[in-house]
Ligand binder design. Structure first.
Ligand SMILES: Cc1cc2nc3c(=O)[nH]c(=O)nc-3n(C[C@H](O)[C@H](O)[C@H](O)COP(=O)(O)OP(=O)(O)OC[C@H]3O[C@@H](n4cnc5c(N)ncnc54)[C@H](O)[C@@H]3O)c2cc1C
Length: 521
């Protein structure tokens, strides 16, 4: 019987996508047979942004056996409990999209339904007062809930901020130590097999020719294999997400890092603020139809809290997705597979999810088309799910202070999002299907934060006694507050974690992510 197993996997590109894939393959294709080679070009470099993440990355680290404290130390990392949105619902407003949960469901009724009924009876605090992560973030507190943690601390979910270049370096050490071969060089040619158009080899500038059975295109926006060689095609979503440029600049940051990302809406886009241990990451994402690059740079620099530490870097992108993430024997990952802007820090997660799905559907040399189709279907769902969630932030706003916001408010939206909004507006219902990434908490936080207010609540709520529910809600709110009061400050926790201090754990804590389905808790 002939051996159909994949022998050589060639990864083109050594940014976050390339090294995440290399590290995962080193760990999960460690069968003594399959070899992984990664080609990268220092001269071309990486995009150098991508510093905020979502909770599933905890599981990625754990699956690789990475100690979380080592990871935080090596990447100048901090912890992230969610995103604070400033001026999004309307000028002067703010709301918090936390990781984790809002409150506890009672007798099978969703917490947010109970909260909404109570809000009809009296003036209530913002729903984030019922989130462990949000309350801790508001007080600048953090602790990693160990596996033994009890409620309410067990409801605290987190992710990370890190320095993108240090993260790639960290994973490179890991992958090389596990047997991945790194080749320095620039790919200048891609050879296709005459019989079926599969990629046969790539050639480097110095004449070396690298053959492979499976190629992973991690070459960034240029899509060297998936697009330039295979002409797979791109679905452009700019009509829904008009931002197409970004300017990034690091700055000084005195004081303790906040345990959350901040996103502040601007007149033609928005600005990110990502606190690391040694600096602040900042960027302005904007629509070039509405503001010039020079004006956008001025907006960014005028709104820095500290001093810039480098020249601002200008980036251009087209929001959308590659029509097929996997074509022939090429699987694209990272920016080569598509890009939805970083408003909810989802791109690194899409890489992680792509890796998990590829490992679950790993082909052999016969490349059964059903595996490719299934992979592409799942990746399409993921991209569209992220797309809809991001569009919601732009569309559901009361802002009308610029042409940009007027356009976002008036634009037509995908049917899938329109249905979700209608369901919520009617009776506050949120349903999560299949591999949907965002859980009820996420949708509810953004709906309420951006004025998608339900007319009624679910009828089942009225089966629960009003006074009893009111008392339970008050008890929960107080429990989150009390618990936050007992936690160390975020800065103290980091100091202990990277200083090897006791009592902070380091194995990654609770796993809020299902590696097989790719969904958040
Ligand atoms: C403005 C902006 C902000 C972002 N913020 C976030 C965020 O907060 N959170 C998040 O999750 N994601 C974010 N992202 C996305 C994130 O940056 C990417 O998903 C991530 O960095 C992966 O990039 P990559 O590895 O695909 O590409 P790149 O970093 O561009 O790497 C491409 C690699 O390919 C190599 N290469 C290219 N051509 C050749 C060639 N001919 N020969 C050899 N090697 C070659 C390069 O040298 C490099 O190593 C952001 C993106 C942008 C544009």
């Amino acid at each position: 019987m002939s051996d159909h197993r994949i022998r050589n996997v060639v990864i083109v590109g050594g940014g976050t996508a390339g090294w995440m894939a290399a590290a995962a393959f080193a760990r999960f294709l460690n069968n003594g047979y399959t070899k992984t080679i990664l080609i990268e070009s220092e001269e071309i470099g990486t995009i150098g942004v991508g510093e905020a993440t979502i909770p599933p990355l905890i599981t990625f680290n754990r699956m690789l056996g990475i100690n979380e404290n080592d990871f935080i130390k090596a990447t100048q990392g901090t912890f992230k409990l969610g995103i604070e949105f400033v001026d999004w619902g309307g000028p002067g407003e703010r709301y918090f999209h936390p990781f984790g949960f809002h409150g506890h469901d009672l007798e099978g009724v969703h917490f947010h339904q109970l909260y909404l009924r109570e809000r009809k009876r009296r003036v209530m605090q913002d729903i984030s007062a019922w989130s462990m992560s949000a309350v801790a973030a508001q007080h600048g507190k953090f602790a990693r809930p160990g596996a033994e943690a009890r409620a309410p601390l067990s409801q605290l979910l987190y992710a990370f901020h890190f320095d993108a270049s240090l993260y790639a370096r960290f994973l490179r050490h890991y992958a090389e130590a596990q047997g991945v071969t790194r080749l320095e060089g620039k790919v200048v040619d891609v050879a296709l097999r005459s019989e079926d158009g599969f990629v046969e080899s790539v050639s480097l500038e110095d004449g070396r020719k690298i053959e492979g059975d499976l190629f992973i295109d991690c070459s960034g926006f240029r899509g060297l294999l998936i697009e330039q060689a295979l002409k797979t095609g791109y679905e452009d979503w700019t009509h829904w997400l008009p931002c197409d440029r970004a300017i990034a600049v690091p700055s000084t940051y005195p004081g303790q890092p906040d345990p959350f990302t901040r996103s502040t809406a601007r007149s033609c886009g928005w600005q990110w603020r990502i606190p690391l241990q040694h600096r602040m990451g900042n960027g302005h994402v904007y629509s070039s139809d509405h503001i010039s690059d020079d004006e956008a740079e001025k907006v960014l620099l005028d709104n820095l809290e500290g001093e810039p530490l480098a020249q601002p870097r200008r980036l251009t992108f087209t929001t959308g997705r590659r029509r097929e993430a996997w074509s022939r024997n090429v699987v694209s990952m990272g920016l080569s597979s598509g890009f939805v802007e970083p408003l909810e820090s989802t791109s690194i997660h899409v890489i992680q999810s792509g890796i998990a799905k590829l490992i679950a559907l790993f082909p052999d040399k016969r490349f059964n088309p059903v595996e490719r189709r299934e992979y592409n279907r799942q990746m399409q769902n993921l991209f569209e799910d992220v797309r809809d969630f991001i569009i919601l932030h732009y569309h559901a706003t009361t802002r009308d202070d610029s042409e940009f916001w007027k356009r976002c408010r008036a634009m037509s939206i995908p049917d899938s999002l329109a249905e979700k909004m209608e369901l919520f507006r009617a009776k506050a219902r949120v349903f999560r299907e299949g591999f949907d990434l965002f859980a009820t908490t996420s949708w509810v936080a953004v709906f309420l934060g951006q004025h998608v207010v339900p007319e009624e609540y679910e009828p089942a709520v009225d089966a629960l006694d009003e006074d009893r529910v009111a008392a339970a809600l008050e008890q929960m709110r107080q429990a989150y507050l009390d618990c936050a009061g007992t936690l160390p400050s975020h800065g103290e926790f980091i100091a202990r974690a990277i200083g090897g201090g006791g009592g902070v754990g380091g194995d990654g804590g609770a796993a809020p992510f299902n590696f097989a389905t790719g969904s958040m808790a």
